[in-house]
Unconditional design. Structure first.
Length: 417
């Protein structure tokens, strides 16, 4: 049974509005350093494993290779190596990765990793706690562990980039630890149907890490848990689709339970008709723990399919800066500016007829349908331009825009029908 939101989440006017507005730029400067720091920074934490020395090598893995398993590749790999894995299905092939400057990629097609009851350290198909590690082209499926938090990847330390990967039918999609220096980047990936037997857990759950960046990714079909939950100090959520689908029963679609800096730009976020939690985006529901707290919502399409009582945004009162510009609201008459004091411009309600096929979660504008506009200039956020340059491209990925957005919302390209 899905837990309803706590009773103390009601709206309360912030008595410290002027203090919050005065202090947030200075506080955000600290968080911005972590946000803008390159993923492959030279200051990444060193590998904690004695992986040997020598020039970088390419290690090829597959049934017909000298190295037949990823577990063996993880034992042999050294800092700076590249692991190329032949396309196919690998069962019970779990591994711990602790190297630095390591690339692990599928070769010749997708690589499907089926847990089949196995796990690394009782945690996940892969446990990652190295330096800078990049993963591309893998499907992580079916993890089950005694703790009921079996993940496709358990990320514990370092700087991890996950690109073009799928996390399906695990107890938890991707789960991080709480290393305050860890940074996670997710690009063009998919998270779906991850839940434990009692019907809970999240598709992506970032703990109290330094930074989370998610772009061009698709989150759908959660049960009781959230589509994306992050306790990170800095969050960069751009051009994604978080739509729970007709059978999904996610709680929050997007949650930042401890506040922090969250820039949410160009996303399609949709609450299903079956959800038991009426709130779509939740901020600081468990209190503020970071010195810098700001929530920026720009050019998102927010869709509520709940029959009644849906809430687009809930912000717990606190020392926080809130800005919402050029968002489209669909499905109920709720407003963003009732959530908290802040800057609200160019946010409009539209009807279902404005979109190509909302019954299939296709929220591209229909030619000839009046969509509110023109757009407001969203400005910058601590030096980061907020004007979208891309949009989400289904089934996962992004497409570059031909020019500045013409109307509010996440998707600018018109439907062809």
């Amino acid at each position: 049974m899905r837990a309803a939101p706590p009773a103390n989440r009601g709206l309360v006017e912030n008595p410290n509005r002027s203090a919050a507005a005065a202090r947030w730029p200075a506080l955000l400067a600290i968080a911005a350093l972590a946000w803008l720091w390159p993923t492959w920074s030279a200051t990444a934490p060193p590998s904690s494993t004695a992986v040997g020395k020598g020039p970088p090598a390419i290690l090829r893995v597959g049934p017909g290779r000298a190295i037949k398993t990823l577990a063996e590749a993880a034992r042999r790999a050294r800092d700076g190596d590249t692991i190329e894995v032949d396309a196919g299905e690998y069962r019970r092939d779990v591994a711990v990765w602790q190297q630095d400057r390591l690339t692990i990629r599928a070769a010749g097609g997708r690589v499907r990793l089926r847990a089949d009851g196995a796990s690394a350290e009782g945690k996940a198909i892969w446990v990652v706690r190295g330096g800078r590690i990049r993963v591309e082209g893998f499907d992580f499926e079916g993890t089950r562990v005694p703790s009921r938090n079996g993940a496709g990847i358990r990320f514990e330390a370092g700087q991890l980039t996950v690109r073009d990967c799928r996390f399906v039918d695990n107890e938890m999609g991707l789960l991080t630890g709480n290393d305050p220096q860890a940074e996670l980047t997710v690009e063009n990936s998919e998270f779906a149907h991850n839940q434990r037997p009692d019907g809970h857990n999240h598709q992506l759950y970032a703990g109290s890490i330094a930074r989370l960046s998610v772009q061009g990714s698709h989150f759908h079909h959660a049960t009781v848990g959230h589509l994306l939950k992050s306790r990170a100090a800095v969050n960069h959520i751009f051009y994604n689709r978080l739509t729970d689908g007709p059978e999904g029963r996610a709680s929050y679609e997007l949650e930042f339970p401890n506040g922090g800096v969250a820039a949410v730009v160009g996303n399609v976020i949709q609450q299903s008709a079956l959800t038991e939690n009426p709130i779509m985006i939740s901020y600081a529901a468990e209190g503020y723990r970071w010195p810098a707290n700001a929530l920026v919502l720009v050019h998102n399409t927010l869709v509520d399919k709940r029959p009644e009582g849906g809430v687009f945004l809930r912000v717990v009162p606190g020392d926080v800066f809130v800005k919402a510009v050029n968002n489209l609201l669909v499905g109920n008459d709720g407003r963003l500016d009732t959530a908290a004091p802040g800057e609200y411009r160019g946010n409009f309600h539209v009807g279902w007829e404005a979109f190509a096929q909302p019954s299939d979660d296709d929220y591209r504008p229909v030619p000839g349908t009046r969509v509110p506009g023109p757009t407001e200039e969203p400005g910058e956020f601590e030096g980061l331009p907020l004007q979208p340059t891309k949009e989400y491209a289904h089934p996962r990925g992004t497409a570059r825009l031909a020019g500045p957005p013409r109307h509010p919302g996440a998707l600018q390209r018109m439907a062809s029908h």
